[in-house]
Unconditional design. Structure first.
Length: 290
């Protein structure tokens, strides 16, 4: 056997070994976690960081809603937002839990801004730390334009399109005034959806709401004054309140996500779709505080 073939075989065997070990560790952790939290009666769902895809979190919320042992839910938020569609989906799932008769509290930790605030609107009550950051009601869309750079290094991109606006936001051509006017109509439509949801859920007068819906952020204390949240407090306060709302005697038993630690399997095969999407050149509509 050639030296190169031997080295290749060793690499393949090593990868297979890592897969087997990762699968074992992942399964072992899930079993232990399930045993540890099998008696929980209040589910805690974490929404952390910038979120582009809501699929995994929405699926967890939906499964918890159908779990007969769950008497309440806390949405623990520490996010500046992300994809507008993703957070609209999460809001809808949280609202579905609330409408099913299960009380839900949105607990804003350090940051619950833009999309992070949007998802909180689906809860029965919103609680925030006085020093937290929330608000940032608005929509943003951005993308790189690399025409000048490409010209300097002698590269050009040829495009064949079916309509004038098919390649709006392309980094390979100049961004025109007509492009900007077109995208502004899209941004304003998504923005109106955000504002209308706040108006419905928070019962705030539309004219007063528009005065503060210009993208600015608020502390938890300021948000309470504007009626954007219901009360001030910590996560532990949220636990106490959800217990009362759910009619649970004593401190509720919390059911956290099973995957609280990164296994070798996760490190090798975690879904990197969201990571790549952050660097995509296509325009993305975001409820995002920056």
């Amino acid at each position: 056997m050639k030296k190169s073939d031997r080295l290749f075989s060793i690499i393949i065997i090593s990868i297979i070994g890592l897969i087997v070990i990762g699968l074992f560790l992942n399964t072992n952790w899930s079993m232990k976690s399930s045993e540890k939290h099998s008696r929980g009666n209040v589910a805690v769902v974490d929404i952390k960081g910038m979120i582009i895809s809501a699929e995994k979190i929405a699926d967890r919320i939906n499964k918890l809603r159908m779990n007969p042992s769950i008497k309440g839910m806390i949405i623990r938020i520490n996010s500046p937002g992300g994809g507008s569609a993703a957070f609209q989906e999460l809001y809808s799932e949280v609202k579905r839990v609330r409408e099913s008769g299960i009380p839900v509290i949105a607990s804003i930790a350090s940051v619950g801004a833009s999309g992070g605030y949007y998802v909180a609107l689906g809860a029965s009550k919103i609680i925030a730390n006085p020093a937290s950051v929330t608000g940032s009601i608005g929509v943003i869309i951005d993308f790189p334009v690399a025409v000048e750079l490409m010209g300097k290094i002698g590269i050009s991109m040829q495009t064949v399109k079916s309509g004038e606006y098919k390649d709006v936001g392309s980094p390979y051509r100049d961004f025109t005034g007509k492009d900007k006017a077109y995208l502004e109509t899209v941004v304003q439509d998504i923005y109106k959806q955000f504002v209308n949801t706040i108006e419905i859920e928070r019962k705030i007068d539309k004219n007063e709401l528009l005065k503060i819906s210009d993208g600015r952020i608020f502390t938890g204390s300021q948000a309470l004054e504007y009626g954007l949240i219901d009360t001030l407090g910590t996560f532990e306060d949220a636990v106490h309140i959800i217990g009362e709302m759910a009619g649970i005697d004593g401190r509720p038993k919390l059911l956290f996500s099973q995957k609280q630690t990164m296994t070798l399997f996760d490190l090798l095969f975690t879904d990197i779709e969201e990571v790549f999407s952050l660097f995509a050149s296509i325009p993305t509509l975001n409820y995002l505080w920056r």
